[in-house]
Ligand binder design. Structure first.
Ligand code: CMX
Ligand code: CO
Length: 146
């Protein structure tokens, strides 16, 4: 089951300036920052709300650190904006398999490491009516406030 919006991924050129915008305009605070070398991004997670399944909803602000990264390629073509949406589930493996069986391209054979040690995979946007879609299982549901 997909139980919540885990995050909305937003591609930006300047992470600090974009964090500053979300903070000044809406009062959203940075919950977590990291560099994900494999994905080729620096990122900030802004927590919007918690949910009763142990997860939460975030904005994921993404700045590319490599020209050959997915986000750099997307920015060059589209400019800044919404890059993907991510649904939360307790079982990213099972959901990926079930969705793959429906004929939708799942980009990774096995889920990979995402923000805050979550496990993530992606569905091809061309099979999802133009929306790059991520599936996420949080690292330790319930521990996110720790
Ligand atoms: N949303 C919607 N459509 C997208 C898209 C996006 N984010 N990214 C690419 N596309 C579309 C392109 O517009 C293009 O369409 P057209 O052929 O009609 O022009 C098509 O998909 C192919 O795009 P491309 O620019 O040639 O890019 P690639 O095929 O090399 O890569 C994708 C596309 C989805 C396979 C790649 O972006 C990917 O692997 N994404 C998953 C990883 C990722 O996005 N990581 C960053 C976030 C990390 C995180 O969330 O933690
Ligand atoms: Co994401």
């Amino acid at each position: 089951m997909l139980t919540r919006i885990d995050h909305i991924g937003i591609a930006c050129r300047d992470l600090e300036a974009t964090v500053d915008f979300y903070s000044r305009t809406y009062g959203f605070q940075v919950f977590h920052t990291e560099v994900n070398q494999e994905q080729g991004v620096r990122e900030a997670m802004l927590r919007i709300n918690g949910t009763d399944d142990g997860g939460a909803s975030y904005l994921q602000l993404l700045e590319p650190i490599r020209e050959d990264s997915a986000v750099a390629k997307w920015l060059a073509k589209n400019g800044e904006g919404v890059h993907h949406i991510a649904f939360g589930t307790a079982d990213v493996d099972g959901e990926s398999e079930a969705i793959r069986d429906k004929g939708i391209r799942v980009l990774y054979d096995e889920p990979r490491r995402g923000s805050m040690d979550s496990r993530i995979t992606f569905l091809h946007p061309k099979d999802c009516h133009g929306v790059l879609t991520e599936l996420v299982t949080a690292a330790t549901p319930g521990d996110e406030d720790a």
